[in-house]
Ligand binder design. Structure first.
Ligand code: IMP
Length: 187
């Protein structure tokens, strides 16, 4: 049986589904211990983080709520202006609540830096950051990451929610995208 075509664009598997599952279970257990009596609100940013969020909350056996935001960066991705437009705001109040921001990947950190300031202004009791992937090589804004799944090298990754041009989010693992997909002359 031939493999589905999305796998053909993967140069290398960086993290297997088994590795991700094991690490997400550890993060969930740690968060459940730390937030046992705090009824946290997990705030995620669409769309990349939803797969991580869905697995993470099922590894947390404590009362919690979920809220979702959608943001878009102004201008080209290379501009790194840090200016972010809110496309979808929180649906509930976070005033006085313990917030855990759940992110798929932190790259320059500019998006999250903006988001954290935005959320701070809404009067939460506390805010902590949980990210699956930390790509520190290109960091421009200093971000304190409280819960980190994996630190990865400076490569463009796809799968487990992460996309290139809206594709590959449904890969069950994290892979490195074959450069020929975005620069056809590269191979
Ligand atoms: P930052 O503001 O540069 O930290 O942007 C983070 C966002 O950029 C993530 O939420 C992803 O949507 C996207 N991103 C950064 N690196 C990658 C990658 O390697 N693959 C897919 N998306 C990425």
């Amino acid at each position: 049986m031939s493999e589905p075509r999305i796998h053909d664009d993967v140069e290398e598997v960086l993290l297997t589904h088994e590795q991700i599952t094991a690490r997400v279970a550890e993060l969930g257990a740690q968060l459940a211990t730390d937030y046992a009596d705090r009824n946290p609100v997990l705030v995620s940013v669409l769309k990349g983080s939803i797969i991580f969020l869905a697995d993470l909350v099922r590894a947390m056996d404590v009362p919690l709520a979920i809220d979702l935001m959608e943001v878009s960066s102004y201008g080209a991705a290379t501009e790194s202006s840090g200016q972010v437009r809110i496309l979808k705001d929180l649906s509930g109040s976070i005033e006085g609540r313990h917030v855990i921001v759940v992110e798929d990947i932190i790259d320059t950190g500019l998006t999250l830096n903006y988001l954290l300031r935005y959320l701070e202004d809404r009067g939460p009791a506390s805010i902590q950051v949980c990210c699956l992937l930390d790509k520190p090589a290109r960091r421009l804004a200093s971000i304190e990451i409280d819960y980190r799944g994996f630190t990865i090298p400076d490569r463009f990754v796809i799968g487990y929610g992460l996309d290139y041009d809206e594709r590959y989010r449904n890969l069950p693992y994290i892979g490195v995208l074959r450069p020929s997909v975005y620069t056809p002359a590269a191979e």
